[in-house]
Design a protein around this ligand. Sequence first.
Ligand code: 5GP
Ligand code: ZN
Length: 119
Amino acid sequence: MSDCIFCKIIKGEIPARKIYEDEEMFAFHDITPMAPVHFLVIPKKHISNLMELEAEDIALVGRLLNKAQQIAKEPKPTGLGCGENGARFVINAKRDGGQTVDHLHIHVLGGRALSWPPG
Ligand code: 5GP
Ligand code: ZN
């Protein structure tokens, strides 16, 4: 999608601190980290949000989540070293979910204890 920030990051039109990329996904550090570890995993296919997910993309979301946990737990410097203490995996969807970028993304937050429930 031409006016989508995350599609532009995938295409290299907006710089980002890339962690991982393959033919179907892209992972990069969040520009405004809310924890010592805060990265995003996104599909290269523009999917607006989790609630617009089509049947053909269900397995893709599984692979995104799997890559998110692999990156989170792999020891530094290749991974982010959250294997022992854990991390939080979040998908915000639409207005009430707090979604601000309309391109499906998994947040991974770690490196400190996080409170629950969210405000
Ligand atoms: P949302 O609120 O939609 O779940 O999360 C969007 C996230 O994208 C936010 O945490 C925000 O900091 C991050 N973000 C927005 N614009 C950019 C950008 O240009 N680069 C990077 N790396 N992260 C961004
Ligand atoms: Zn997009």
